[in-house]
Design a protein around this ligand. Sequence first.
Ligand SMILES: NCc1[nH]cc(CCC(=O)O)c1CC(=O)O
Length: 317
Amino acid sequence: MTVNLPTPAQPLKIGTRGSPLALAQANETRDRLATAFNVPFEAFQIVVIRTTGDNRAMIDADRPLKEIGNKGLFTKEIEEQLIAGDIDIAVHSSKDMPTVQPEGLVLDCYLPREDVRDAFVSLKGQGIADLPQGAVVGTSSLRRKAQLLYRRPDLQVVEFRGNVQTRLQKLANGVAEATFLAMAGLNRLGMDDVPYTPISVDDMLPAVAQGAIGIERREGDSNVAEMLAALHHEETGIRIKCERAFMARLDGSCETPIGGLAEIQDDKIRLRGEILATDGSAAFSDEGTAPIDDGEKLGRELAERLLAAAGPDFLKR
Ligand SMILES: NCc1[nH]cc(CCC(=O)O)c1CC(=O)O
């Protein structure tokens, strides 16, 4: 079967959020598609879609995202347009994606993964250990908050949202002494002027699927399926599927502090996982390895081991 390629007259429509990071990810997807199929950039049209998560009235207040309702906060409207056929593919940060897609949609194409690490961002120091006793740290991530408080119960965490510039301004204004950003975001946006230090994954396990762009499509669109198959990065896909199986078995959402990272080492897949109490008062971590083809099973099994260690009610706290 030959792929029916898009043309400037009949472009392939790429749906995305409108944030600078989302647009960078959509542009990377378009560039890779244009190169892979040797068609002009004009054969792709980037369609910006506003999601609930982008709605200023809801987001600008200092309410934690979890109170607004996190499931599909940044994906629902995009997926509706994908189902309706208004767009042909949707580009997402995989870490913001629920583990189950709506009926009729498939998420099975991943681009080569960026740096998975979190970065410590501060005008004053290089890492968590440099923070003075009782210092204020800004983050809206429950995972980062729990990981931080687990190691440094003396610190105070305040809600921190907005784009990178807004957050840096807050640091300059003394609202907080430090914050965290994903290295993948900093790299994709080329933010060299940000005072950041990468944090080893041994010190802060990243979110499941952090740093991976995922491309969603309609299940029945065989032409798009074939195009995306050519773009798919096998190793990233294996790692993300393992991590997402881990998260799914934990019934993980953004309301549960979970860290997870799968890596391919020699011909094995190694998964590290962590679950934490939201207030950082407890954490359970474990790891395992398996043959590469058994990544999803490894994910489920590691989740079960952590659940058993933590006790059945742990995630409901
Ligand atoms: N929750 C927002 C979000 N979703 C994906 C990224 C970073 C890029 C990535 O992990 O692919 C970010 C920002 C951040 O965590 O700093």
